[in-house]
Design a binder for this molecule. Structure first.
Ligand SMILES: NC(=O)c1ccc[n+]([C@@H]2O[C@H](COP(=O)([O-])OP(=O)(O)OC[C@H]3O[C@@H](n4cnc5c(N)ncnc54)[C@H](O)[C@@H]3O)[C@@H](O)[C@H]2O)c1
Ligand SMILES: O=C(O)[C@H](O)COP(=O)(O)O
Length: 542
């Protein structure tokens, strides 16, 4: 795979490349040959916008919103944006990609500090720190308050990534039992960390005394802890959010504190930062607040500065192997030859991520003759399999490294013969706890012209355009099943865009796959599962 060379060596030698750091960090040594780095700390936004056209790269933290306005102000010169930290939700990645701007982050540098802050919030809430501090300052010597011990209690972690894992380790040091919910992480990571795996979020919530969230803010995690979820927690629980504002719904959290259902809470992050003076958090009882300080330690900012400056300078020299968040980068010729297959690989990966997340093995089989080295199709399948579960936005540059970090083993097989199609790509994932029965899921596809087609789902042959929503239903092969299902979809006004039937043998288990123009509500999916002619049904989004 070829990555874009952002700057030719001649250019580097003749004109210094200019980098603007507009947010506060410890940028370390600013003298690097061939570069001019301006560190401005908290540069006012209008100044950033005014000066940006003179720079090749911009380095920010979460304070600076990299939106369309900023990109428009930047003009043509800006080619790299470095985020000194993990979360890139302040950056419009789509707009950056469209303008050909590479976005990098520094996800390794501040995770210890963020994890320690989460533990601090847990302890502070358990012992009523903010309440006692406020009262004592106001002249009230209140020694009646009774806190709770952490020892022998259970901590629930949502998101067992870099920070969640460190929190688990520190919590075990405090003699807490740790249970986590993270469907995207393989079993061996739970085993290595000595953390019990919860099969679902609800299962986690009902068995913990304390809850802390450490996921990125995605469509799936936004509001994932709301009124219903908080009610599932035991009375007297404590909730911590040092990840992103809105993962725990703000109004629901305030309500649960006011009603006394929660003993306390700690937050480091808000939906809108800084919060307005009338924000309901500010009057909520036993709620410890910090001003998005998770990464604010001397140590973290020293590491963040060195890491992001190093990555940005390397990228300006054409090395985008570390920290790339956006921009799949293949040369035009490979894209031309493999384009449809890359799209296919990503779609197969995305389908498998929904059928069997958290796998430990992913195997890709290539059948037939491909117009170019098919290796990038493996990367595309990884992009699809890993997307939606990490802040790092898997792409063609970082997907293999992310897979390695997650303990996802890769295998590739090539078969010369492709009996049914000119080429076929089959992707199989395997997951499950060590010593337990392993589950596998297989999907396959081919390309007609430049359009991907599904050719195989589990052990069944299908032929379907993988688009929109795919309903996968299995039943005993007998008359009437399709009619009952399509009638039901018809009563909900849901249009069937395509359909494929497959069966292992006459009268045996059959699988039908329908592509739908719209999704289904959980109730509609349940109604399908309840049909007497259906054994199981899943909906995947491609
Ligand atoms: N407060 C701060 O200053 C501060 C500092 C650093 C990071 N952060 C935030 O902390 C969060 C975690 O960072 P990280 O570096 O550990 O990220 P990470 O990508 O290493 O880990 C995130 C984990 O969340 C899991 N996940 C994703 N979607 C999920 C879902 N729907 N349900 C359960 N688990 C899910 C992923 O599988 C992954 O293991 C991010 O939101 C980041 O922005 C905050
Ligand atoms: O995502 C992150 O890295 C943290 O939220 C830290 O953000 P900050 O660099 O703006 O403190």
């Amino acid at each position: 795979m070829t990555v874009p060379v952002l700057t030719s060596p001649d250019q580097v030698a003749s004109t210094p490349l200019r980098v603007l750091i507009c947010d506060e960090m410890n940028p370390g040594d600013l003298h690097h040959e061939g570069f001019e780095i301006d560190y401005e700390g908290n540069l006012p936004r209008e100044e950033t916008l005014r000066r940006l056209p003179e720079y090749d790269a911009l380095i920010t933290r979460s304070r600076t919103k990299v939106d369309r306005e900023l990109l428009a102000a930047a003009g043509e010169r800006l080619r790299v944006i470095g985020r000194g930290g993990v979360g890139v939700d302040n950056i419009d990645l789509e707009a950056c990609s469209r303008r050909g701007i590479l976005v990098l982050n520094a996800p390794e540098s501040n995770n210890v500090s963020a994890a320690e802050l989460a533990i601090m919030h847990l302890l502070a809430a358990a012992r009523g720190l903010t309440r006692s501090d406020r009262k004592t300052r106001a002249g009230e010597w209140d020694r009646k308050f009774l806190g709770v011990e952490l020892k022998d209690k259970t901590l629930g972690i949502v998101g067992l990534g870099r920070i969640g894992s460190i929190v688990a380790d520190r919590a075990q040091g405090l003699r807490l039992k740790v249970v986590a919910f993270d469907p995207y992480v393989p079993e061996n990571k739970f085993e290595r960390l000595g953390v019990e795996r919860a099969a679902s979020l609800d299962e986690l919530l009902t068995q913990v005394d304390f809850l802390t969230v450490h996921t990125p803010l995605t469509g799936e995690t936004q509001g994932m802890i709301g009124t219903r979820e908080l009610a599932l927690l035991r009375p007297g629980s404590i909730v911590v959010n040092a990840a992103r504002g809105g993962i725990v719904e703000e109004a629901a959290l305030v309500e649960a504190l006011k009603s006394g259902h929660l003993f306390g809470a700690g937050v480091d992050v808000f939906v809108e930062e800084p919060p307005t003076p009338d924000h309901p958090f500010l009057g909520a009882p036993n709620l410890g607040i910090t001003a998005h300080l998770g990464a604010n330690t001397f140590e973290a900012q020293e590491r963040v500065g060195a890491e992001i400056v190093g990555r940005v300078l390397a990228a300006l020299h054409g090395d985008v192997s570390r920290g790339a968040v956006n921009a799949p980068a293949l040369d035009a010729r490979t894209l031309e030859l493999l384009g449809g297959h890359l799209d296919l690989g990503e779609k197969l990966g995305r389908i498998l991520a929904q059928l069997l997340p958290g796998a430990h093995d992913l195997e890709v089989t290539f059948r037939g003759e491909f117009a170019a080295d098919p290796a990038p199709i493996v990367t595309a399948a990884l992009v699809g399999y890993l997307s939606g579960s990490t802040d790092e936005r898997p792409n063609m540059i970082n997907a293999r490294a992310l897979a390695k970090e997650r303990g996802l083993n890769l295998a590739v097989r090539e078969e010369q013969d492709s009996p049914d199609y000119q080429t076929e790509v089959v992707v199989k994932v395997t997951g499950g706890a060590q010593g337990e029965k392993q589950r596998t899921r297989t999907v396959g596809g081919t390309v007609f012209g430049r359009s991907p087609r599904l050719t195989r789902l589990r052990d069944y042959r299908v032929e379907l355009a993988p688009e929109g929503f795919i309903l996968i239903a299995s039943n005993q092969d007998r008359p009437g099943a399709v009619a009952k299902l399509s009638n039901l979809l018809g009563t909900w006004g849901i249009n069937i865009a395509g359909m494929a039937l497959g069966r292992a043998q006459k009268g045996g288990q059959a699988l039908f796959t329908l592509t739908l123009d719209d999704g289904l509500t959980p109730e509609q999916l349940q109604a399908i599962r309840d049909l007497d002619v259906i054994d199981s049904a899943f909906l995947v989004r491609v």
